[in-house]
Unconditional design. Structure first.
Length: 256
């Protein structure tokens, strides 16, 4: 069938909006643009599967395009479901940050982020995994060249995670651009992978001039958190997310 009404792919422009998602997307985009000095601000867009979350995200990006073109905002689109397993996901997160933010920032950022990534990756079972990615771009290449080996970096006692995070924060604070990192389809991940995303955002992601937009089914995410952390439950997400938006349901008349 070729009729556009049977096309279930996410829309990218307001003219394709049949369910009145655009007013909500415009309001969310305006809120993001008004955040002058965010500090690792985490926003959540909640909605059940098939409710139009990805379409809404595309509309938000559409309405932020003027800010991007004016040099106020840099959009980074991280699609975690492209990567399989916690280790690959964590490595890809740092690689995407480097590739997306590096061109807008100075040499200090380009040196500090890979070191911080190596430190965090070393805290798990990621040394061999990281070196196996040596043929890939960004952090993979840095592991094989500029970073030498993760073991060598750990030998530098001054390069603690806190120290590197402070240096990275200073680098981001010294420039005027803001960065919006969109992480969609978190509910398509395995429970461990979804929790890895939340841990990365909570720990490493608290940075000046950085805004996160996490897109997922909140009921499903809360169940994952409750299963892994019974004592915390829904409060686990509340410690990570500052502002949460529920996608408005489609009107019955529009569906008809």
């Amino acid at each position: 069938m070729t009729d556009a009404s049977y096309n279930d792919r996410p829309i990218t422009e307001p003219k394709g909006d049949l369910y009145r998602l655009d007013p909500f997307a415009q309001a969310l985009a305006a809120s993001i643009r008004k955040m002058v000095s965010p500090e690792g601000t985490v926003l959540a867009l909640n909605g059940p599967w098939g409710s139009g979350k990805s379409s809404t995200v595309n509309l938000v990006k559409h309405h932020l395009q003027a800010a991007v073109e004016a040099g106020e905002l840099v959009l980074l689109d991280f699609k975690p479901w492209w990567f399989k397993g916690d280790d690959a996901l964590a490595l890809a997160f740092f690689r995407e940050l480097y590739a997306g933010m590096g061109p807008s920032l100075g040499e200090k950022f380009k040196k500090v982020l890979p070191k911080l990534g190596a430190r965090v990756l070393q805290s798990g079972s990621l040394v061999a995994e990281g070196l196996a990615f040596a043929g890939m771009s960004a952090i993979g290449k840095l592991i094989s060249s500029g970073m030498q080996t993760a073991v060598g970096l750990i030998g530098n006692n001054s390069d603690t995670v806190d120290h590197l995070h402070r240096e990275l924060s200073q680098s981001l604070r010294e420039q005027s651009k803001r960065f919006l990192i969109v992480i969609d389809d978190i509910d398509r991940l395995t429970p461990d992978e979804a929790l890895m995303i939340f841990r990365l955002v909570k720990s490493v992601g608290h940075l000046p001039n950085v805004i996160y937009l996490l897109v997922f089914d909140r009921a499903l995410a809360e169940k994952i958190a409750s299963d892994r952390f019974p004592s915390e439950g829904p409060q686990y997400l509340e410690k990570i997310i500052q502002v949460s938006f529920d996608l408005p349901p489609a009107q019955a008349t529009d569906l008809q």
